[in-house]
Write a protein that binds this ligand. Structure first.
Ligand code: NAD
Ligand code: ZN
Ligand code: ZN
Length: 390
């Protein structure tokens, strides 16, 4: 089959690789009809995630048709259309039983590596380094899906791929980030980053009852999408002082909750930004957390800072005194996608959201290298790339 493989920083190649096969009774093989490039893939593409190996198959947002099931998979039939959640989860361990599927204790065969870095290991993730299991990803014609009896969700035939594909990751991710804000009527929510995750966080904050959402970025087309599709107010952080503007909007108090949907590769202008870049270059810190610091300092006393943005290791100059003295709650995590699949599919079926609004580029799998370049560099108004492998 063809698959998009990682070879190093800014080097991905579509190559012919062996077809996947059933290895365990609870595996299924999915013939992929649609897959996408995620902001998290950019951290691999830009070389910030350790333990990648040349030839690793990328991709963790995918859906398709079940073509083979192991003897332990009783709930899926060959021919069924399914969306596959990006965390690989057993459904039976301490965390899976409590709905925290991204913390599954049984799906990361390289847990020892992760424990060295993080103290404990999270779940395994498709196409996301050997630290997180070394699983082949879904930017390919076929994928092996472990624990297929608890992960993939069947989708009704009447719904296009584009409407349901993002149940695999970014729709639940934006939703979980907004849900973490514990939104009450009248709340003002600020969202840093208007990429795909930010867009779903903004939309979800409104779905969960926010009165106003302030969206922050610097790319006009992304800000326009947040305004036009979801009704957010927008701030271009290159043109306005974000903290001052947020204080003015909230009567001097600050937003009730702040969502940081940017992650470790933020654009970091100014002196502190230069410091961050240098420290990241020298591997003295693993992310550039400018928007995270800004979100913490802008948030009102007693508020919540929700962080779907991905971070890898250690961050410098975190204003922990501000968090402690002002009773700020930080909520974060890889998304527990499994628990959102059914309720968010229902949102789509009820017509409350059409997740395809973020798609700007549709390409063939062969064009993945071009898709990565355009998405990374925000060329050509690119917000989200969907690839068609078959
Ligand atoms: P993206 O790169 O398209 O979007 C990031 C956006 O942040 C861009 O529009 C960029 O202009 C903006 N930005 C950069 N610096 C900024 C700053 N200083 N202030 C405000 N905005 C700034 O990526 P995405 O697909 O939207 O993903 C966003 C983050 O979410 C990534 O870190 C990704 O890894 C993470 N993510 C997490 C999960 C999870 O499970 N928690 C799932 C998916 C993605
Ligand atoms: Zn992702
Ligand atoms: Zn589990």
């Amino acid at each position: 089959m063809k698959a998009n493989c990682w070879y190093g920083t800014h080097d991905v190649r579509v190559e012919t690789v062996p077809d996947p096969g059933i290895l365990n009774p609870r595996d299924a093989i999915v013939k992929i009809t649609s897959t996408a490039i995620c902001g998290s893939d950019l951290h691999l593409y830009d070389g910030y995630i350790p333990t990648m190996q040349a030839g690793d198959i990328l991709g963790h947002e995918f859906m398709g048709e079940v073509v083979e099931v192991g003897p332990g998979v009783k709930n899926l039939k060959v021919g069924e259309r399914v969306v596959v959640p990006f965390p690989i989860s057993c459904g039976q361990c301490f965390f899976c039983e409590q709905g925290m599927s991204s913390l599954c204790e049984n799906s990361n065969p390289n847990a020892l590596l992760a424990e060295k870095l993080w103290g404990h290991s999270p779940c395994g993730i498709f196409g996301y380094s050997h630290l997180l299991g070394g699983y082949a990803g879904g930017q390919a014609q076929y994928a092996r899906v472990p624990f297929a009896d608890v992960g993939p969700i069947p989708v009704p035939d009447g719904l296009d791929d584009e409407k349901v594909l993002f149940l695999s990751d970014i729709f639940p991710t934006g939703y979980m980030a907004a849900e973490a804000c514990d939104i009450k009527p009248g709340d003002v929510i600020a969202v840093w980053g208007c990429g795909p995750v930010g867009q779903f966080a903004i939309k979800s904050a409104f779905l969960l009852g926010a009165e106003r959402v302030i969206a922050i970025d610097r790319f006009p087309e992304r800000l326009a999408l947040a305004r036009q599709h979801s009704g957010a107010e927008t701030l271009n952080y290159e043109k306005a002082d974000v903290r001052d503007a947020l204080l003015e909007i909230t009567g001097g108090r600050g937003p009730d909750a702040c969502i940081e949907a940017v992650g470790m590769e933020s654009h970091s202008p100014g002196v502190l930004g230069a410091y961050d870049k240098l420290k990241q270059l020298l591997m003295l810190q693993t992310g550039r957390p400018a928007p995270l610091r800004q979100a913490i300092l802008a948030c009102r006393n007693g508020g919540i800072v929700s962080v779907p943005g991905v971070y890898g290791g250690f961050l410098d100059k975190m204003p922990f005194g501000s968090i402690m003295n002002r009773s700020i709650t930080i909520k974060t995590g890889q998304t527990h996608v499994h628990r959102y699949l059914k309720p968010l599919l229902q949102y789509i079926l009820d017509g409350k959201i059409d997740p395809s609004f973020v798609i700007t580029h549709r390409m063939r799998l062969q064009d993945a290298p071009e898709g990565f370049r355009k998405f990374r560099n925000k060329e050509d108004g690119c917000v989200k790339v969907v690839l068609k492998p078959n």
